[in-house]
Design a protein around this ligand. Structure first.
Ligand code: ZN
Length: 434
């Protein structure tokens, strides 16, 4: 069974394609940060209230602008760079890199954009450096830092509360392209997020998780003092300078347990781990899908999912969630794939849970935590029909399964592909009509 399980390419999972070399150690290098944010090739992705700026009519949808001219035209972006918009943009970049270097309190000031260094697009993720070197141009096409790190830097920019910089960016796009102003906006629509294309989807997910983490965390969890984003947005630093020695019975000042901790892990970006499992009979002929109350009207039947608890293994979390939600007991859990899920900052850990039918393990009982509206065992051939031949598959209840960009869909499909086909002697899959 496992041998036939169709391979899912982890690299192509939506939101999870590796398109940037994060060079995370360079976030602390002020010289690098300053030279990268001011480089002509550097590209920016813009956010307001955690929503990305998109041009709905463009191919990749996400608006990506560079500092210099003719840097992103090959990707359908705006050929005029932000440097051409006047001195204001350059001043914004210089002021931010200075504040970043000094870890200045004003990094959180209203009206100042928050910049997050995402990484560099380099040869490790497929950038054709030789081609860029051959281009005749007065503009530098990529950053060469100390002869060791060569590529195109990417930054996310949070423009929330930054009216003038926001207007500068939007005016620049409208002035230099024929984009219809009504198609240019900061979007919160999941339909847009699921239609970005795999490269832009991954850039969006990466940038959004950092931007949203910074915007949601304004005060230190240990002492309540303000925190500021340092290391180009890679860390939040508590501004409480109280030291331990000053504390006494009369002194109510409070030493910060985060700032003074040997390992201050509350200051780093947070990812919440979620287990998600397609639940199958051990022979893969039956699949258990759940209808959450949230999607009851849509009739969208999906996988079992839930947040991991502290000190739980993935396998234990899957077994617990399955039993709590459906009453079903599984005998084994197999890890299949993972997917970043930027709503708001999750990592979906995709598994298949196998249930050994014995008259008891497989019995559905929704009475434990009452999260579900329904859970049912489906014949795998019905699901094969929904995936490969939706229009010709009898579906009296008009059920749907999650979209193909989700790990839930990929997990269900992996079980379907592993199951022996009832209608064919061959092990070939039916033609993929999606
Ligand atoms: Zn603190």
């Amino acid at each position: 069974m496992e041998e036939n399980m169709s391979a899912v390419s982890q690299d192509n999972i939506y939101f999870g394609k590796e398109v940037i070399n994060r060079v995370s150690f360079l976030r602390e290098d002020n010289e690098f940060v300053t030279s990268s944010v001011l480089h002509p090739s550097t590209r920016f992705i813009f956010f307001e209230n955690s929503n990305p700026l998109v041009d709905k009519e463009s191919e990749g949808k996400l608006v990506i602008l560079s500092n210099g001219d003719n840097q992103v035209s090959d990707k359908g972006g705006v050929s005029k760079g932000l440097f051409s918009a006047g001195d204001e943009w350059q001043q914004v970049l210089s002021a931010w890199s200075e504040d970043n270097k000094n870890q200045d309190m004003s990094l959180r000031e209203t009206g100042k954009p928050v910049f997050v260094f995402l990484g560099i697009e380099d040869e490790s993720v497929g950038l054709d450096l030789t081609h860029l070197k051959s281009l005749e141009s007065s503009e530098e096409k990529y950053l060469d830092y100390q002869g060791r790190y060569q590529g195109i830097p990417y930054y996310a920019v949070d423009l929330s509360g930054c009216g003038s910089v926001r207007d500068l960016v939007v005016d620049h796009i409208l002035k230099n392209t024929s984009v219809d102003p009504s198609k240019l906006f900061f979007t919160y629509s999941r339909n847009h997020f699921f239609d970005l294309g795999e490269v832009n989807a991954s850039l969006y997910s990466h940038a959004k998780m950092f931007v949203e983490w910074i915007s949601r965390n304004r005060f230190c969890p240990g002492c309540g003092h303000a925190v500021i984003p340092v290391h180009a947005g890679g860390k939040l630093k508590c501004t409480n300078d109280t030291v331990a020695e000053k504390r006494s019975e009369e002194d109510v000042t409070y030493k910060c347990p985060v700032r003074n901790a040997k390992s201050s892990n509350a200051s780093f970006p947070r990812t919440d781990a979620v287990v998600i499992a397609a639940v199958a009979s051990t022979d893969c002929t039956k699949v258990l899908l759940s209808l959450s109350r949230r999607y009851a009207q849509l009739k969208m039947y999906a996988c079992t999912a839930g947040f991991m608890e502290p000190s739980e293994t993935v396998e234990t979390a899957v077994r617990r969630e399955l039993w709590e939600e459906t009453g079903v007991s599984c005998s084994s859990v197999e890890l299949k794939m993972t997917q970043p899920w930027p709503f708001p900052g999750n990592l979906m850990i995709g598994c298949v849970a196998y249930v050994d039918f014995n008259g008891s393990n497989e019995v559905v009982h929704l009475g434990h935590d009452k999260e579900l509206a329904d859970a049912r065992w489906f014949d795998v051939e019905f699901l094969r029909g929904l995936i490969y031949d939706f229009d010709n598959t009898p579906n009296p209840d008009s059920l749907i399964i999650p979209q193909d960009v989700s790990v839930a869909y990929q997990l269900i499909k992996s079980v379907v592909d592993a199951a022996p086909s009832a209608n064919s002697n061959s092990s070939e899959n039916p033609s993929n009509k999606l």
